[in-house]
Design a protein around this ligand. Structure first.
Ligand code: EPS
Length: 423
């Protein structure tokens, strides 16, 4: 069974978002303050909308942790939606009484957009397909869950995975690599990781960032939205996570799937990604230079993004997510009505963000961390942090040693002789 699995629940304007993280080993130090860091990072970024001024995302830990340490039992996390206070009637969980239904009707008649059923489906959003699939005549029922607000719960769960990976020496970060066609230039990435993280777009290149901000302003002034690319970088992953032996054991495939599952992501690249197709092999493949005395291996480049054959090769893992422009436009596109099927001049609009690339990067980190945590546990086994750290240390020492010189025709059949039981 998959380890470190998680489920999220919650609507954008409901009372809360929740996550259950199952399969977390015992003995991991974990506090609510640990989880607050990424939740705050996800809320930031130039181009965010009015909703973020309302929310102050904090995760409560409701189970699985005692006196600051995990116990191996499921961890239940809850993040309050502060905006819920403005939606209690419209998003009420219990059945509506006649008086309550009349209250909503009166609000709608008064011009309150929240109280009105939504049928002007937004191009590019899950509205149309979602409402048809589940049989709704009010898109409110689908947009509340398809909203990217759900990614808050993923980031809370991702914080648990970060604590786990960090305890094993694995660090995960991300940055904004591109907005609206403006890309970072590696030569002018002068900011440190902390400086980049604190910058308006979480971008290491201050020159490119200024041009990205101009693109966001341009979109805003035209009632439009703009997308981009985030890059997640993993340092310290041991060689040998994932496997080439079967399609569903490949770590690269799992990362592609989990990063693609982020609401706004329409493409995923690993390492050089699609650029590899435009070059000859000699310009793509990472020359293996040597084994160091400490057993680590050196590649001349990292175009593979740390993964070859679906297996980590000791280089940093590089995952890039393509973020489409948000589909809720202040100057809405034309659409058709869900109920009448007739043309409408404008799709639904309440309020929205202009650009969310820095926030999407933090969600990308969460998905990468949750995926990696599961693959680390698959490699090491173990139920407590002490056991896992021990297993990982022994495995790393084993692969750091030179294999025995192979002798043709020996019974070991290609196994390093000292590793073969009974040899
Ligand atoms: C979203 C619409 C906006 C965004 C929201 C995603 O919410 P609202 O309709 O309340 O203004 O702010 O994202 C978040 C709330 C968040 O925390 O990321 C959508 O329709 O997907």
């Amino acid at each position: 069974m998959e380890r470190f699995r998680f489920l999220t629940a919650g609507e954008s304007h409901g009372p809360m978002l929740g996550a259950v993280v199952e399969g977390v080993p015992a003995g991991l130090a974990l506090t609510e303050a640990d989880l607050a860091v990424d939740l705050a990072r996800r809320q930031r970024g130039y181009g965010r909308g009015a909703r973020q001024a309302i929310e102050q995302d904090r995760a409560r830990i409701l189970s699985g942790v005692r006196h600051g340490y995990t116990m191996g039992s499921p961890i239940l996390l809850e993040v309050e939606n502060r905006d819920w206070a403005n939606w209690t009637r419209v998003m009420q969980v219990g059945p509506l009484s006649d008086e309550e239904a009349a209250e909503i009707a009166a609000l709608a008649a008064d011009g309150n957009k929240r109280a009105r059923p939504i049928t002007a489906v937004r191009p590019g959003h899950a509205d149309l397909a979602g409402a048809l699939k589940y049989g709704f005549n009010d898109v409110r029922n689908s947009l509340e869950r398809s909203s990217a607000r759900e990614t808050t719960a993923r980031v809370a769960a991702g914080g648990v995975a970060r604590a786990f990976l960090r305890a094993l020496g694995i660090e995960v970060w991300s940055f904004t690599a591109e907005v609206g066609g403006v890309a970072v230039d590696p030569a002018s990435c002068t900011r440190t990781r902390d400086e980049a993280d604190a910058s308006p777009l979480r971008c290491p290149d201050p020159v490119a960032e200024a041009a990205m901000i101009a693109r966001i302003d341009e979109a805003r002034s035209q009632g439009d939205t703009v997308g981009g690319v985030f890059e997640v970088v993993v340092h310290g992953a041991p060689i040998g996570l994932g496997s080439y032996t079967h399609w569903d054991r490949k770590l690269d495939a799992a990362l592609a799937a989990t990063v693609m599952s982020i609401n706004i992501v329409k493409g995923v690249e690993l390492g050089l990604g699609f650029e590899q197709t435009r070059r000859f092999g000699s310009q793509v493949h990472d020359v293996i230079e040597r084994r160091n005395p400490d057993g680590t291996w050196v590649h001349r480049t990292n175009n593979a993004g740390g993964l070859t054959g679906g297996v980590t090769n000791g280089e940093p893992i590089i995952v890039r997510g393509a973020v489409k422009p948000i589909s809720t436009l202040a100057r809405p596109l034309p659409t058709a009505d869900l109920v009448t099927g007739e043309e409408l001049e404008k799709a639904h609009y309440e309020r929205s963000d202009i650009s969310v690339v820095p926030a999407a990067g933090v969600v990308g980190e969460a998905m990468v961390m949750l995926t990696l945590a599961s693959f680390v546990l698959e490699k090491t086994g173990g139920d407590s942090m002490a056991e896992i750290a021990d297993n990982l240390r022994r495995y790393q020492a084993r692969i750091a040693a030179a294999p025995a010189v192979p002798v043709p025709g020996t019974k070991a059949g290609g196994h390093a002789a000292n590793e073969t039981p009974g040899a």
